[in-house]
Design a binder for this molecule. Structure first.
Ligand code: 5CA
Ligand code: ZN
Length: 409
């Protein structure tokens, strides 16, 4: 699939900083030391309802990861998937009486528009589950032939016992894993499984559902976790730098994905850091497509809200915290955008050299975007109160906001 156009990232004076980021697997901060090309995989949308503020917040976090890396003069190899065949997408298409492929295409197109408007940097490889199927089938066959997968009534399951490191991404106990597995697409209650947690790798064709040629697996469609693993291994290989997504993906999705990859290759770990963004809520509940309590990026754009203000609303929260979307969050962001724009529209201002370093330091410190915004606020307040004589300063502030925060002033 094609991704979306990249907005330009201005180069900044001075030296970028190495990223320290929270890794779910070790439960602490790790300083990443990618090579000249940093490798990032971020789980993409299931395109049946795009793009709510929760999605936008999660993609904002990983956009910041890239901007910090780019500032260190590294290249970034970024891969994202689209789960363009899965139960919730098929169920929504049936509910609304629409063709599932048309629904997926329409929502993916909307997602691209939203990402472009928000100045999120595009992945170099944007890959749909359907187009990945020819690569998925041989991986499942290999797992089965190695004894890491088994057949149950025509479906093929992964055996979590095949990976000695299973559990090391989310570090949950068995009871918690079982509960989350049932909540998030697994089937721990199905009789005949070796371990209730074992996830599906290949689902035999069901009546009335789309299916593809699965060679020795028979006709069917891929499980969710193997989809992301096939795409990540194909484009990034093992030991890539960051596996990213929202915190609801830590288990089972990223846990199972890591185990699939580790069982396939015998290498550990699949990723050097597993990074998870907090959940955005509305009216006291996690914003989710299944609950329908959503605020959409496209709806705000239609109402004429500047995408830079939406971006500032996301940046005002630390990516790891769970937070609530409210009208006040947006009002604050609009007011901030106005203050910043007024400050950079003057012909000169207070020196911005220290500001660039403060923003770099804040973001390198586990993507502390609220601290970065505070630093710009202080510069804008000084500009407002006393002004300054540096003719280059407003331009430096604009370019820094653009390069490191994705905010066009
Ligand atoms: N297609 C799969 C990943 S392979 C999927 O989870 N799709 S999704 O459309 O449900 O979510 C896309 C991304 O947004 C995931 O990283 C998910 O964790 C994140 N996300 C979903 N809801 C929220 C929310 N309320 N707050 C923050 N992030 C969210
Ligand atoms: Zn995924």
């Amino acid at each position: 699939m094609h991704a979306w156009p990249a907005s330009e990232v201005p180069a900044l004076p001075g030296q970028g900083r190495d990223l320290r980021i929270h890794d779910t697997a070790t439960g602490g901060l790790v300083t990443l030391d990618p090579g000249p090309v940093a490798r990032l995989y971020v789980c993409g949308i299931t395109p049946y309802d795009a793009t709510h503020m929760g999605h936008a917040a999660t993609y904002n976090a990983f956009d910041l990861v890239q901007r910090v890396w780019l500032d260190t003069k590294r290249q970034v190899h970024y891969v994202q998937n689209v789960t363009d065949v899965d139960d919730p997408l098929l169920e929504r298409a049936v509910r609304d009486g629409v063709d599932w492929t048309a629904l997926a295409e329409q929502e993916t197109a909307l997602f691209r528009e939203d990402m472009t408007a928000l100045r999120m940097l595009p992945p170099q490889h944007y890959v749909g589950a359907v187009e990945a199927i020819p690569g998925i089938v041989p991986l499942v066959e290999r797992l089965r032939d190695a004894g890491a997968a088994y057949e149950l009534e025509g479906d093929t399951y992964f055996s979590v016992e095949a990976d000695p490191h299973f559990g090391s991404v989310s570090n949950l106990d068995a009871a918690a894993m079982r509960l989350l597995s049932a909540e998030r697409g697994g089937d721990p209650g199905r009789p005949g499984k070796k371990n209730p947690l074992d996830p599906m790798l290949w689902m035999a064709a069901r009546e009335g559902e789309p299916s593809w040629d699965g060679a020795s697996l028979g006709r069917g469609r891929p499980g969710w976790h193997i989809e992301c693993v096939a795409i990540a291994l194909d484009h990034l290989g093992m030991g890539f730098d960051v596996q990213g997504g929202g915190s609801d993906l830590a288990f089972p999705h990223h846990e199972m994905g890591a185990s699939h990859a580790q069982a396939l290759t015998g290498e550990f770990p699949m990723a050097k850091a597993y990074v998870h963004a907090g959940m955005v809520g509305l009216d006291g509940e996690k914003m989710s497509k299944s609950k329908g309590n959503l605020v959409f990026v496209s709806q705000l754009r239609r109402e004429g809200v500047d995408p830079a203000a939406i971006r500032l609303a996301l940046l005002a929260h630390h990516y790891r915290s769970d937070w609530e979307w409210t009208d006040q969050v947006l009002r604050d962001a609009l007011a901030r955008l106005e203050r910043w724009r007024a400050a950079v529209s003057r012909p000169d201002g207070p020196s911005a050299e220290a500001l660039v370093e403060q923003i770099r330091e804040a973001l390198a410190n586990d993507l502390d975007s609220p601290a970065a915004l505070d630093a710009v606020d202080s510069w804008a307040a000084l500009q407002q109160e006393t002004g300054g004589t540096d003719p280059g300063a407003p331009g430096v502030v604009s370019r820094t906001a653009d390069a490191l925060l994705g905010v066009a002033l």
